[in-house]
Design a protein around this ligand. Structure first.
Ligand SMILES: [Mg+2]
Length: 254
């Protein structure tokens, strides 16, 4: 059988490595600080998280998925509760929050999902693999390098952007002369990975994250024929093979 060589644009956070769980832990520690400092009851926990999410979305709209934006959302939430309660705003507390937020980004090790490497190695034998990820360049590179993913993804195939959307994806495909025909996006985010891929007309495979972030959740009315679903990364190889067979059958090459 002829194997079609695909271009695979693979998301990093919560597709290859754990990410949301660390953010969740940090936001939990943050709410504990706020509850203690402002003498709030535990039932206020959801209110604190809602406020942080609200400020986070404002920052993302302003500057994309940057670590500064996330830290700022924590500080803005602290200031919100400070002004709402009338309790003084302390620089020292702000520094505690800044350091807590920063601990997610400075030399933090983000663990690989289970059984990722064997699948990546297998895929790399047949296809062109790219990492397509959003965030700060140095933070994302640290996640990639500390997990030795540079052994699988050549430097030129690591694409780091501030935010993923249709315009940015289209630009990347044109600039890198990646043909839409044989290209796939693989990722956990319906919003950032799947919808832009479908809109530009490339295939997509959705793999749900173990812990999902509210921002990534969108409802899809219909399921297009070029959208596939995997329950874990190891299934990717079979999905591509099956699609390969169907494509070659259509072209009567088998
Ligand atoms: Mg992701």
């Amino acid at each position: 059988m002829i194997i079609i060589k695909y271009n695979l644009l693979i998301d990093l956070d919560d597709t290859l490595i754990h990410c949301n769980k660390y953010f969740k832990e940090t936001i939990d520690s943050f709410t504990d600080y706020i509850i203690n400092w402002f003498g709030l009851s535990l039932v206020e926990k959801s209110k604190i998280k809602e406020k942080q999410y609200e400020f986070d979305m404002i920052e993302i709209k302003k500057c994309g998925l940057t670590h500064h934006g996330f830290i700022q959302s924590l500080i803005n939430t602290y200031k919100f509760f400070s002004s709402e309660s009338g309790r003084k705003h302390y620089q020292l507390e702000e520094k505690v929050i800044y350091d807590l937020g920063m601990s997610l980004f400075k030399n933090k090790h983000y663990e690989l999902y289970q059984n990722i490497l064997p699948t990546l190695i297998k895929l790399s034998k047949f296809h062109n693999l790219y990492i397509y990820t959003a965030g700060n360049t140095d933070v994302q590179l640290n996640k990639i390098e500390s997990n030795n993913l540079t052994e699988i993804f050549p430097q030129k195939n690591i694409i780091i952007v501030l935010q993923k959307n249709v315009e940015i994806l289209s630009k990347i495909l044109i600039e890198r002369e990646i043909s839409k025909n044989n290209t796939w996006i693989i990722g956990n985010s319906l919003k950032s990975d799947i919808l832009p891929a479908l809109e530009v007309g490339i295939n997509a495979i959705h793999i749900p994250a173990e812990v999902e972030w509210e921002y990534n959740k969108v409802t899809m009315e219909t399921t297009p024929s070029n959208l596939y679903f995997a329950s874990n990364f190891a299934e990717i190889h079979n999905i591509l093979n099956n699609s390969n067979v169907k494509k070659l059958e259509r072209q009567s090459l088998i």
